[in-house]
Structure formats: structure tokens, C-alpha cells
Ligand binder design. Sequence first.
Ligand code: COA
Length: 220
Amino acid sequence: MDPAINPADTPVVVDLSAADVRARLREALAIYVAAMEYPRGTEHHRAPMWAEHISRPGWRAVGAILADPNSHANRDSPLVAVAYGYRGAPHQWWHQQVHDGMRRFGWTEEATLAMLSSYFELTELHVHPAAQGHGLGEAMLRRLLDDRTERTALLSTPEVDGESNRAWRLYRRLGFTDVVRQFTFTGDSRPFAVLGRPLPLHLAARTLRTPLTTDPAPPL
Ligand SMILES: CC(C)(COP(=O)(O)OP(=O)(O)OC[C@H]1O[C@@H](n2cnc3c(N)ncnc32)[C@H](O)[C@@H]1OP(=O)(O)O)[C@@H](O)C(=O)NCCC(=O)NCCS
């Protein structure tokens, strides 16, 4: 179901509670499927996973709802974007995959463990295609990362030629740098990049400590 987007309506970024996401899970997954251009039916596989993630420590979600400027935005307004994440932990599948990926990419075990000891995983960030290109993704990402206690934010995103899509432009604009490139997660043949950024977001972006293999040669 696509949200009917009225040009007079202004999307407003709001925090979503666990109850909000549970109640709007189908709506949120429909945005995910439309944004990622996944085949219909994908949402059925993802629903139990999204529901389980809600109970993970440090989980936080935001969304964008369509507000009629002439009335107060309310919880029944259509959702046009959704994003969430949580604190990473060693028993999590994504954490283990990224640990392996970092080691293979050349990070030392010490640097890998240091990075993975305190991070917020940006798990999902999706804006309905009809609402993309107006700064909503950036506003949601900023809100999601605001006031986090973790030292780093990490995410994975599909590799794209020339990094030429909105997701890549957004992450680069907000200072995310390479942690792992051309990584294939178990069970998915597509290459992904893992990107990261120190927190808090207002800290100047700097390249996270680079893996050994890409360290510049010492001066002679
Ligand atoms: C990636 C995604 C979340 C970005 O959200 P978005 O709202 O479309 O984009 P942004 O918040 O980055 O907005 C930036 C764009 O809005 C435009 N814009 C307009 N007003 C703006 C404002 N006030 N502030 C910032 N950008 C504004 C910018 O010019 C920019 O356009 P450009 O990317 O064509 O140069 C969204 O495009 C999406 O869901 N894509 C498909 C799914 C996906 O790839 N998800 C991420 C998987 S890891």
C-alpha cells in the first residue's frame, strides 16, 4: 500500500516508540520494500526480524509522517519513512559478520575489537520513493544518532558504481568513511560496504583508524 502523498502535506520527523512500530509494522515494511525495490512478499520474511529487533538494548526508531499543515500531526497520519537501529553486541549475527569482514579487510584484531566494543548499528533507513529527495533521510539519521552514548555509528549499504545513489551521498555528506568494502554477508551474494563514523555527530568527521593494509608507507 503506497501512502497517498498530497503535495500540501508536510512530512514531519517523529520518534517512534516500540508500540508505534509494532502497530505500524506492515506500513513500515511496505516503505522498506518500495524504497529498496524488493519484490512483493519480502516484507513477510522481514517482519519477525524487525519485531525481534525492537527488544534489543539501545533500540531507537524514528519515522516521518504526513502532517496536514491545517491540523495537528497525529499518530494516525500516514508514515512515509522509517529508520531504526540499536547497540551492537558480540552475539549478534551482523556484529560477527562485520568482525570477520574487518579482519579480512586488514584491520588488526585489537582495532576490530576496539571499534566493535561500542557502536550503534544503523539497521534500516528508508524513505518512500514519493517522498525522497527532500532531506528527510538526513533529518531522520541526525535524529536517530542524536545523544547516543556509543562511540561509533556503523551501517552496511549495497555497493553501487561510483557511489552514485542517495544513500551513498547522504552517508558521505554526514562523514561516514570506509570500514570494509566489497564485503559479502553470508547468504547474500551482493557486495556491501560497511561504513562508520565517530559519535557524537557534531564531532568533526574524521577517517576511522584505517586498516593495516591501507596505512600509508612510513616516510623513508
Ligand atoms: C537513502 C535515503 C534514505 C535518503 O533519504 P532522502 O530523503 O531521499 O535523501 P536525503 O535526506 O539525503 O536528502 C537529500 C536530497 O534532498 C534534497 N533536499 C531538498 N531539501 C533538502 C533539505 N532541506 N535538506 C537536505 N536535503 C534536501 C537534496 O538536494 C538531496 O538531493 P540529491 O540526493 O538528489 O542531491 C532514501 O533515498 C531511500 O530510502 N533510498 C532507498 C533505500 C535506501 O537506499 N536505503 C538505505 C539503505 S542502506
